[in-house]
Design a protein around this ligand. Structure first.
Ligand SMILES: Nc1nc2c(ncn2[C@@H]2O[C@H](COP(=O)(O)OP(=O)(O)OP(=O)(O)O)[C@@H](O)[C@H]2O)c(=O)[nH]1
Ligand SMILES: [Mg+2]
Length: 442
């Protein structure tokens, strides 16, 4: 979906990266091109304007990090602002007493029925017992469509044919779910070609009858700004809690995906990425942004790491990690490398498996602590660095004095180092986070 936009943005970045220093004019020229690329991708013009001005403000005032070229710095800012524009993710809330009700609404053909089935599948995977409800009585084949999907997925489908009014069907379905021990009820409502009063009235009545905890609007991302307008109109009548953007796999220009959150204020929650039952992804703004920029999550990390790591040193490190013979000299080198790579938090985000350890790591590796660690290691003799076991009480006192720290801090560092060694041993024996080493290419 984002091919064109991605190609355009990459061209802009490529031109920037040819330059050693960026003047304000370079930034302006680049941003003009970014602006055009976004407008061509059918992004809402107000969203574009706001986006560009945020990037400009940050790019002009930015402290360029030592390890990043000015062009990389611009990419970094564009990426972060893109993520901000795409908006925070929100998880489905199903914490109330069962059954929890999720209503799916949307224009005709937007992908409600398909998404309801995909969502049922995801929910079942996470341990829920879903019940799909055929609440679209207008289109003759709609009920059969849902029943077929239910059969494929082995998920129960509740229907009462097409003579009972949908709000009634929904209320009955919830009662059935309660008796039958279903934990989640998914309402597949009927769509219309355009927003009309009858459809909205029906949705409002369903909301009144069964008070869904989630009201998800399913929007076809292929329809561009129409999708955004439709979402605004829906949101005025029923309180939407989230968006499902479908057909992200299509070849439309992507503007809807980029504008809809900013324009409507409703968070994107899922992305439909294909016709198959498993083609529903939980939305992650950072992943979507990197897809738009054409950079894999890891790509940025590797690029930055490669820029600062010299190849030879990297190979040496790799060898050491494999044989788990890392010493404090290497530890120091690592600390310096990491500091050159930019904000740590962001770095952690990019390494799969580190996410959960992030806050702990970030705390342990705050700039302040890193500076102390460096000072401590610098105060050691080469022999002590190679063989920390020889560091006893008097050596610790000497090191603490030399580095302007305390014995407790020296101890802490030595402990951390031992922990790291242990972790590395685990990883190199294949018990650690899968593939971490390979991905990091240390
Ligand atoms: N490529 C692709 N196709 C999708 C996606 N989601 C839905 N579709 C297709 O879009 C068409 C319409 O999907 P439905 O789920 O029937 O849409 P609906 O909103 O229920 O339509 P009505 O009930 O008629 O209002 C079907 O052919 C789906 O296979 C998606 O994420 N990617
Ligand atoms: Mg349908």
């Amino acid at each position: 979906m984002f091919e064109n936009l991605t190609a355009k943005l990459q061209e802009v970045f490529k031109r920037l990266s040819g330059k050693g220093r960026l003047s304000e004019q370079d930034v302006d020229t680049a941003l003009r091109e970014v602006r055009l690329a976004l407008l061509e991708a059918d992004v809402n013009f107000r969203v574009v304007k706001d986006f560009v001005s945020r990037v400009r403000e940050r790019a002009v005032g930015a402290d360029v990090m030592k390890s990043l070229s000015p062009a990389q710095m611009v990419i970094k800012i564009v990426n972060e602002e893109l993520i901000a524009t795409l908006g925070e993710p929100r998880k489905l809330v199903l914490s109330g007493p069962p059954p929890q009700v999720i209503m799916l609404a949307g224009l005709q053909g937007s992908g409600k029925t398909t998404s309801a089935a995909k969502l049922a599948r995801l929910l079942r995977q996470s341990g829920q017992r879903p019940l799909l409800v055929a609440a679209d009585t207008r289109r003759p084949a709609a009920i059969t469509q849902l029943e077929v999907l239910g059969q494929q997925l082995d998920v129960a489908v509740y229907s009462e044919g097409d003579k009972v009014p949908p709000p009634r069907i929904c209320a009955n379905a919830v009662a059935r779910a309660r008796k039958g021990g279903y934990s989640v009820v998914l309402l597949d409502t009927g769509g219309r070609l355009h927003i009309d009063d009858e459809m909205m009235g029906e949705l409002e009545e369903i909301v009144r009858q069964v008070s869904p905890s989630e009201i998800l609007l399913v929007v076809d991302a292929m329809t561009g700004q129409d999708a955004v307008r439709a979402a605004e109109a829906f949101n005025q009548r029923v309180p939407l809690t989230g968006l499902v953007l479908t057909k992200i796999d299509g070849d439309a220009r992507g503007g809807a995906a980029l504008s809809i959150r900013a324009v409507t204020g409703v968070p994107i929650m899922y992305l439909g990425v294909g016709e198959k039952n498993d083609a529903l992804e939980v939305y992650h703004p950072d992943r979507l942004a990197s897809r738009i920029l054409g950079m894999g999550d890891m790509l940025t990390l590797i690029e930055r790491a490669e820029a600062t790591f010299d190849q030879e040193q990297a190979q040496r490190m790799e060898q050491k990690l494999r044989t788990a013979s890392l010493d404090l000299e290497d530890f120091l080198e690592q600390l310096q490398q990491i500091r050159q790579m930019g904000p740590l938090e962001q770095l952690f985000d990019m390494v799969p498996g580190l996410g959960s350890m992030k806050s702990q790591l970030a705390d342990e590796m705050s700039e302040h602590k890193m500076r102390h660690a460096e000072a401590i290691i610098r105060s050691m003799t080469p022999e002590e660095r190679r063989n920390p076991r020889i560091i006893g009480g008097s050596r610790k006192r000497r090191i603490a004095r030399g580095s302007g720290t305390t014995v407790a801090e020296v101890n802490e560092l030595l402990n951390q180092f031992r922990q790291m060694q242990r972790l590395i041993k685990q990883m190199s024996s294949g018990r650690g986070p899968a593939g971490l080493l390979g991905r990091l290419r240390l």
